[in-house]
Design a protein around this ligand. Structure first.
Ligand SMILES: Nc1ncnc2c1ncn2[C@@H]1O[C@H](COP(=O)(O)OP(=O)(O)OP(=O)(O)O)[C@@H](O)[C@H]1O
Ligand code: NI
Length: 348
């Protein structure tokens, strides 16, 4: 599945916004890659920079336009060096996006079939008959029953789940190599969500697409990810294979995120505290202020270099540096239970 060169290779990606309060660092020098046929999930709390990171790839960051730096190599070409017209040939065609709210991405005045045809004909010089046949075929592929008779229906005649299927059909018009999906199932109920995830999985196999999937729902991640990138406050905290991350999360942030999963008996209220101010990120580890294990070394210098903690799994945490005791963190899932002995003997 994986080739020598990844399908997408992002290096030192940095996206900033000029705001009234000064420069805002949404994404701060992150690296990641996606191979063909592979699903990489970016996870992290709201405001971590997941959406900005993925929208920076094809420079569709919503206004005010973010300032994007670094390199984004896609099939060997650097997208950040491309002109807008060059990028337009790739966007929506070789790299397609789907979003949380299909409602917003559709035009309510036109039939869904017409909209898919339109998307097709932007990129390909095909006759109306061919475009119509292809659109029906795509609707069928994404599981819209009686596709040819639904062709002339308007968006409001489709349920939420069906609308997301139509959006996926639209994303497939260019036979994309990379699908970027930003919380595509968040607005859907659990049953429909599972159907859409299964659909994406089937389509991935059929089209051999790489999928970059953004979500804060770790239940969804467990369903679909091959690899996980954990983001926090514009930085990557941890990365690794899905089984490694779920089995032995190395970064205290990842451990806390997993502890919030309801089905492992966690605290569903989320991690106490909030993200640092993106206008003025703290020194050291961005998570230090909310971490149970913070020591002085966590509050100085840069975000720690990522250290390989297991083959293919890396964490950006000072405890994995030489001369630090990582056993404090390694069993963190269990260790995050309140330590009653200490509470009992505390004198303040
Ligand atoms: N156009 C913009 N202008 C200014 N700041 C922005 C803009 N878009 C995003 N941000 C800021 O960038 C940071 C990262 O936002 P982003 O939307 O990428 O987070 P996210 O991880 O996708 O969160 P969520 O899970 O809520 O979607 C946040 O601090 C956000 O307020
Ligand atoms: Ni987002």
């Amino acid at each position: 599945m994986s080739t020598a060169e990844p399908l997408l290779e992002v290096e030192d990606l940095t996206t900033t916004f000029s705001t009234d309060d000064g420069e805002l660092m949404a994404v701060d020098g992150i690296d990641f890659s996606v191979d063909s046929g592979e699903t990489v999930c970016i996870v992290g709390e709201s405001g971590s920079g997941k959406t900005v990171a993925t929208e920076s790839i094809t420079r569709i960051v919503k206004s005010p336009p973010g300032h994007v730096e670094g390199s984004v190599r896609f099939k060997g070409q650097d997208l950040l060096e491309m002109s807008e017209p060059e990028l337009r040939d790739i966007r929506g065609y070789e790299i397609a996006h789907i979003f949380q709210n299909p409602q917003e991405a559709m035009n309510h005045c036109y039939t869904v079939g017409w909209q898919i045809m339109e998307a097709l004909q932007i990129h390909r010089d095909v006759s109306n008959e061919e475009a119509r046949a292809k659109a029906v075929d795509l609707l069928d592929k994404v599981g819209i029953a009686n596709a040819s008779s639904r062709f002339d229906d308007h968006p409001h005649e489709f349920s939420g789940g069906q609308k997301q299927r139509v959006m996926i059909a639209m994303a497939l018009v260019g036979d994309p190599d990379l699908l970027i999906a930003d919380e595509p199932t968040t607005a859907l109920d659990v049953t429909v969500q599972a159907q859409i995830l299964r659909l994406l999985d089937d389509l991935q196999e059929e089209f051999d697409m790489g999928i970059l999937f953004v979500t804060h729902d770790l239940g969804v991640v467990a369903e679909i990810a091959d690899r996980i990138i954990v983001m926090y406050a514009g930085k990557v905290m941890e990365r690794g294979g899905v089984l490694d991350i779920f089995d032995h999360p190395a970064h205290p942030y990842t451990q806390q995120l997993l502890n919030c999963l309801p089905d492992i008996g966690g605290n569903t209220g989320g991690i106490p505290g909030k993200l640092p101010d993106p206008h003025d990120p703290p020194d050291g580890c961005r998570f230090a202020a909310r971490c149970d294990h913070t020591i002085d070394a966590c509050r100085t210098g840069q975000q720690p270099e990522e250290v390989e903690v297991n083959p293919g799994q890396k964490a950006s945490c000072v405890y994995y540096r030489p001369a630090h005791d990582d056993s404090v963190i390694r069993d963190g899932i269990q260790n995050t239970e309140p330590d009653t002995t200490e509470v009992g003997s505390a004198d303040d």
